[in-house]
Design a protein around this ligand. Structure first.
Ligand SMILES: [Zn+2]
Length: 340
């Protein structure tokens, strides 16, 4: 299933995400040599509609078209078929960023195993997986390990960092076994500022010789820990500012992303008798009642929390989740954890 190349096919850099399928038969790994031998791994289009990664990558590669790359790179261009349709993934496919815990049996899990087998043979410097989200979010970087190298890599992109270990089937988590690894969230697809930001980050990683040995000062970053994944109960009808729906979003709910909400904040409505939300912690326990209460149709937060990835796109809410809940993680606590 995996297509492996050692040079850029003619015309590839002229293609936008929808056109890649005219040149690539499917998911493709492209290895290109540069001055430094340790390889920068860059993954784009795991979600076919999240085009910022490809736009940034084609811009970087166009710049180096007639020059030697500062460092060797390995590119993974993921869900080419979904990208052709402008979709996150196609019906019947497993989500390409939920296949990297490699015990799964689907064709997409087989693809993930093929990619990781190729990476086994490489000396990797760092790994970057580039995404967009659909709501209003700042640009931020996610890490799945709290080592100094991971923090330095992520800080090169943003001072807003998110640490999570669930969902545990994501690519960046699998790549922690190889090298410092990061997922970039570059705002919404189609925004030029996201492309420019991702391109500058890739270029910085191509030039960086090593990661600094010193720990990051506390004031340098805002680090958050994802403590729960919130889903709307299966079978619920979702509305927007529609109190009779099983679950109704607030009309501008995505403005709450990365906002620290105090206890007692309104978090939607329900026309039903019971809380229409589920919240799953990192251990797989359902803990919605820790965070939310239903009071006369209003869903109210019970303790201070900060949501991320809230979107008004009901398709994404049905397919993936409503949002994540985060708590601030002081760096001092992180360093102590690693001193233990
Ligand atoms: Zn994505």
């Amino acid at each position: 299933m995996l297509n492996i190349l050692t040079e850029l096919p003619e015309g590839l850099l002229q293609c936008d995400a929808r056109q890649l399928i005219n040149i690539l038969p499917g998911p493709t790994l492209i290895q290109l040599e540069g001055k430094r031998n340790d390889v920068l791994f860059i993954s784009v289009l795991l979600h076919g509609n999240e085009i910022t990664g490809w736009e940034a990558l084609r811009s970087v590669l166009s710049h180096y078209r007639d020059k030697v790359l500062p460092r060797s790179v390995c590119l993974f261009i993921g869900n080419v078929a979904a990208a052709a349709e402008g979709q996150r993934c196609l019906p019947g496919q497993t989500d390409y960023n939920r296949i990297w815990k490699v015990d799964g049996l689907t064709a997409e899990h087989g693809l993930a195993r093929e990619v990781l087998a190729e990476l086994d043979a490489m000396q990797l410097f760092a790994a970057i997986d580039i995404h967009n989200n659909s709501g209003i979010n700042p640009h931020y970087a996610c890490i799945n390990r709290l080592d100094a190298d991971f923090l330095h890599l992520a800080r090169l992109f943003s001072r807003t960092l998110v640490y999570f270990i669930q969902p545990d089937e994501v690519m960046s988590l699998a790549l922690t076994a190889y090298c410092p690894s990061v997922t970039l969230e570059c705002g919404q697809p189609g925004e030029t500022i996201g492309v420019v930001h991702a391109r500058e980050f890739i270029d910085a990683c191509l030039h960086l010789s090593t990661f600094p040995a010193h720990a990051l000062p506390d004031k340098e970053i805002d680090l958050f820990h994802t403590v729960a994944t919130v889903r709307v109960k299966p079978g619920s009808r979702i509305g927007i500012a529609e109190r009779e729906a099983d679950f109704s979003l607030l009309a501008d709910m995505d403005k709450l992303n990365f906002t620290e909400l105090s206890a007692g904040s309104l978090f939607g409505w329900s026309g039903g008798e019971s809380l229409p939300l589920e919240a799953w912690d990192e251990q797989g326990e359902e803990i919605a009642r820790r965070y939310f209460a239903l009071d006369k149709g209003e869903i109210i937060t019970r303790i201070p929390v900060m949501p991320s990835m809230l979107s008004l796109d009901r398709e994404i809410i049905y397919q993936d989740c409503l949002c994540y809940l985060m708590e601030r993680l002081p760096l001092v606590q992180v360093q102590q954890k690693y001193a233990d």
